[in-house]
Write a protein that binds this ligand. Structure first.
Ligand SMILES: *Cc1c(COP(=O)(O)O)cnc(C)c1O
Length: 449
């Protein structure tokens, strides 16, 4: 499979290059040149298959030309060693719980998959050049919380890869901080005296610095990377399978995805292009609603993000918007108006203030007993507001509520349990390296590694 750039000015890449480089030379995002339909026989048996089997079939469709069959199977089965159930919250509304992975965040799947795929390419390169030497790959990731923990844990102990997690000092929750500062091994936590944007700027400067790139191989593990976002399509095939098993096949399914950088919903849309029978999609936003505004007006106007209760969705210029546009403009063949029309035929939006999010969490808890986290709450409410008679809605519960325990307890008046897996992180010892937001200090440090 070849991958092209959404900006159209970079050469095509193979999967290895797309994964190792992350971003194309023209700063565009890589897109697979073809999207193959899943065969009819796959859908005939979908509801009888396990999450792992479904994922392996979907992964073969994306990556089968570029990764050996056995290796791909190992990679998928190892990545998905946890459950992804749907839970009935009320009549016709289901939560797709994406938070049963190692860090209780849906990003675990993409992070683990990408780590193992990088490892596979490093091993293969090593076999081919036969030198026995391996050049380490260094992953830089800026985080406001959740991405850092998923990436650090996904890459933990993976030979040949070192991860630098940059995070803003004092601005991530204590639980989140433990999840990437207590690991040691091949994970280095970089505590930046600044805000998230400063961390992001340091990472961008590092990618652009010729001297540094001559010294070490750098890549990004944000959802711009095809190996990070595409595996999230597995979730949506599994969701439909589990719904069919519960309610039969003749369902008008509405899939509602709480969205920030739009990687997760973009993976769902790829699934749809592969024939997954989802009737329509809803992208749920918090107050950072540039995508919602695009749906209403046809104008895309990025703006600085504002801080909300659902902080993993505080994004003012979603990076995967470029992929969605590219997909529905048929790689630029359609006009902006026709593209907008195609997108609004399939996807609608919703946007909620912090006050509305808190109200939703309280109401859902009182009426159904289900504990929503602030991100999932946006998805649930968008279904409450937008589901039509005859439709069945599934929203992604993107994080375990315990990851946002302080907020959830405060809003619901509860004292929710922290799962053992999270408590284990909190017993570890914090290790981090402190930096100012000045690039020269960070560069100096990397040059000495
Ligand atoms: C990352 C994240 C999101 C947003 O996902 P995107 O792929 O960036 O749209 C939503 N909820 C949680 C809990 C997240 O960690």
């Amino acid at each position: 499979m070849k991958y092209y750039s959404t900006n159209g000015k970079a050469p095509m890449a193979d999967l290895e290059k797309a994964v190792v480089k992350g971003l194309a030379e023209d700063r565009g995002l890589y897109m697979p040149e073809k999207i193959y339909q899943m065969p009819k026989a796959f859908f005939d048996h979908l509801q009888d298959m396990t999450f792992q089997d479904i994922a392996y079939n979907v992964a073969s469709n994306f990556f089968g030309e570029d990764v050996d069959e056995d290796a791909l199977q190992d990679l998928v089965y190892d990545t998905l060693s946890f459950d992804c159930p749907i839970v009935e919250v009320e009549d016709n509304i289901y939560a797709l719980e994406l938070f049963h992975g190692p860090t209780l965040a849906f990003k675990d799947v993409g992070a683990r998959f990408m780590a193992r795929l990088l490892r596979y390419f490093l091993n293969r390169g090593n076999r081919v050049d036969g030198s026995g030497r391996q050049q380490q790959v260094n992953v830089l990731v800026a985080t406001s919380g959740d991405t850092g923990s998923a990436v650090a844990n996904g890459f933990l102990g993976v030979e040949g890869i070192h991860v630098y997690v940059l995070y803003p000092k004092g601005k991530v929750s204590p639980i989140q901080e433990c999840q990437f500062t207590t690991l040691g091994q091949n994970i280095t936590a970089i505590e930046v005296d600044g805000v998230f944007d400063d961390c992001q700027a340091l990472v961008k400067s590092a990618f652009m610095d010729a001297e540094l790139n001559g010294h070490m191989r750098l890549t990004s593990a944000n959802s711009i990377n095809v190996a990070r976002f595409l595996p999230q399509a597995f979730y949506y095939f599994n969701a439909v399978a589990r719904l069919w098993a519960l309610k039969g096949r003749s369902q008008d399914v509405v899939m509602c995805v709480p969205s920030g950088n739009f990687g997760n919903i973009c993976a769902a849309l790829f699934g749809h292009q592969m024939g997954l029978p989802i009737h329509r999609f809803i992208a749920a936003n918090n107050a950072n609603d540039v995508f919602y505004q695009y749906l209403q007006t046809g104008q895309y106007t990025p703006r600085p993000s504002v801080q909300t209760l659902a902080n993993a969705m505080d994004v003012g210029d979603p990076s995967n918007f470029a992929r969605i546009l590219n997909l529905y403009s048929q790689n630029g063949a359609l006009s902006a108006d026709d593209t907008h029309h195609a997108i609004t035929q399939l996807i609608s939006g919703a946007t909620y203030s912090d006050e509305q999010i808190a109200d939703t969490m309280r109401r859902c808890y009182q009426e159904t007993g289900y504990v929503l986290d602030p991100h999932g709450a946006c998805g649930y409410q968008a279904l409450k507001d937008g589901l039509q008679p005859g439709e069945v809605g599934i929203f992604c519960a993107t994080a375990h509520p315990a990851k946002f325990k302080e907020k959830v307890d405060q809003i619901l008046g509860t004292d929710i349990d922290i799962p053992e897996r999270l408590q284990a992180f909190m017993r570890g010892e914090k290790q981090s390296v402190e930096f100012s937001k000045d690039f020269q200090d960070f560069k100096q440090f990397l040059m000495e590694q």
